[in-house]
Design a protein around this ligand. Structure first.
Ligand code: 3PG
Length: 217
């Protein structure tokens, strides 16, 4: 089934609306995948992005896909092969730091909702022209941070962003308070040292603190 770009964005937006923070996960050992996903979901962060930058990533996606209440996506989709592998592993959405026509074509052909990345107004316009209005803003802090997202939103209010890159518990609110930001991505909720040590309750506590960022006040 071919997925249209507007339908892809609608589905991605639905997923992005589930929690204020999308943990960006780097998993080296597949045995960590399930307890990590359970801790994050229990902490109130059901939307997870597993980066395809480790050999364990695809197996980790498969292991996490069955965790109740979770929505597991594959990050750093770059090539059509990445899209097919992520789909086969059980990812329910994809994330990319930028976008190429080949990547967008593959996601649409594979029925994989994509959160495509942009960092400039021209990149955002190009994606909007193709039908995508739910975009990742990357690398968020290095590209001007919340003021840049706000400024791009003035002429392009029809686009909603998930900023990612350099976001932490401290600065996340500056993004989440913007009307054109639905959620933000960040790796701080699942630090490598806590994953390696199997400190799942500490990760759950980080997730809980991040999940509360979406509350008013
Ligand atoms: C990444 O590519 O690792 C993501 O953009 C996450 O960035 P962060 O580590 O700055 O949250």
């Amino acid at each position: 089934m071919t997925l249209s770009a507007p339908e892809a964005s609608r589905r991605t937006r639905e997923i992005c609306a589930l929690a204020p923070i999308v943990p960006v996960l780097v998993i080296h050992d597949v045995r960590h995948a399930r307890p990590l996903a359970e801790a994050l979901v229990a902490g109130g962060l059901p939307v997870l992005e597993v980066t395809l930058r480790t050999p364990a990533a695809l197996e980790a996606i498969s292991a996490m896909a069955s965790v109740s209440g979770g929505h597991v996506g594959a990050g750093t989709l770059i090539t059509p092969e990445d899209v097919r592998a992520a789909k086969q592993a059980g990812a329910s959405f994809g994330v990319s730091p930028g976008a190429t026509d080949a990547l967008l074509d593959a996601c649409e052909a594979e029925d994989m909702p994509l959160l495509p990345g942009c960092a400039t107004a021209t990149e955002a316009l190009r994606l909007l022209a193709r039908g995508y209005d739910m975009l990742k803003f990357f690398p968020a802090e290095a590209s001007g941070g919340a003021p840049a997202v706000k400024a791009i939103g003035a002429p392009l209010p029809q686009i909603t962003f998930c900023p990612t890159g350099g976001i932490s518990l401290t600065n996340a609110k500056s993004y989440l308070s913007l009307s054109n930001v639905l959620c933000a991505g960040g790796s701080w909720v699942a630090p490598n040292d806590l994953i390696q040590a199997g400190k799942w309750s500490e990760i759950e506590a980080l997730a809980k603190a991040a999940s509360l960022l979406g509350r008013p006040g």
